[in-house]
Design a protein around this ligand. Structure first.
Ligand code: SF4
Length: 284
């Protein structure tokens, strides 16, 4: 079919007919080119403590203007933000906020409270409209504000190569260490490899502080061997990667699966500490 276009942002590589929307609901084929339709479409805006991202070792005690839009290239059945991550433009209220407008809001927030140090792109999956992150990050840096990415990390390396030098910190959500779990999270083939490549690329970026988070879901990714393998891999990366092991709570399509026992989270954190100096537990 003429006018078909393929998106090269993530491993899903959506082949889109003219006018069609990608699986993430954020990118569309317009006149034969895949464009980030969700660029600058903001659904959520809040001042969050940096520890909430979570970032444990990046300017503790500071605050970030946290911004989210809609769309995601995964569909984790336990998603805490499914109202926006699984939404398209007609499913959720949004407003246009240019990169200039976003940076101006962050500067206003910093004037009111000097603990505000920058902007976090978070809540839904920022990489599905990564161009917005990049444009805002360039402006933020000019104004002395930091940029933080909170992401599933599931993107092609070309995207991460563009973004990495613009980031001051990132928290990448590593769902688990098996392709099967990524598939259960709605990931396309190659998703785990893509996330691993993202983590490796960001770890190698000198100006980007990196933390990684795994939400431990009972019976899905709570095997000691799996966390041990993750920690071993993180330990050989450049820098001193911080790792969070966090507790799952029933939500959305997994409302029937009970919360992770606190003891399990603490035990898995101890497993990770065999290899890593900085391991934190979350939601406990
Ligand atoms: S970012 Fe991924 S899910 Fe979205 S349109 Fe591109 S290939 Fe498809």
């Amino acid at each position: 079919m003429s006018g078909l276009a393929t998106c090269d942002v993530c491993p899903r590589h959506c082949h889109l007919a003219p006018g069609a929307l990608g699986a993430c609901r954020a990118r569309r084929n317009v006149d034969g080119a895949v464009v980030p339709e969700a660029y600058g479409r903001v659904t959520s805006l809040a001042l969050d403590p940096v520890e909430k991202k979570p970032l444990a070792r990046f300017h503790p005690g500071s605050y970030l203007l946290s911004v989210g839009g809609y769309g995601c290239n995964l569909a984790c059945p336990f998603c805490q933000n499914h109202q926006i991550s699984q939404a398209g433009e007609k499913d959720v209220a949004w407003r246009e906020l240019s990169p200039e407008g976003l940076v101006a809001l962050a500067e206003d927030a910093r004037r009111r409270d000097p603990r505000v140090i920058g902007i976090a792109h978070t809540y839904n999956e920022p990489l599905v409209a990564w161009e917005y992150v990049a444009d805002a990050a360039r402006l933020a840096r000019e104004r002395g504000l930091v940029t933080v990415l909170v992401s599933n990390g599931c993107a092609e390396l070309g995207v991460i190569d563009e973004l990495a030098p613009l980031l001051d910190a990132a928290n990448i959500d590593l769902k688990g260490f098996s392709p099967a779990f990524y598939e259960a999270c709605g990931g396309a083939q190659g998703s785990l490899d893509a996330v691993r490549a993202t983590v490796e690329r960001l770890a190698a970026e000198p100006g980007c502080h990196l933390e990684v988070t795994t939400l431990v879901v009972p019976g899905k990714n709570d095997a000691e061997d799996e966390v041990d393998a993750i920690a071993r891999w993180l330990a050989i990366l450049p820098g001193d990667v911080v790792y969070h092991v966090t507790r799952y709570f029933p939500h959305w399509r997994m409302a029937d699966v009970p919360a992770t026992p606190v003891a399990t989270v603490r035990r898995l954190a101890d497993v990770a500490r065999r290899h890593l100096a900085h391991v934190y537990v979350g939601n406990c």
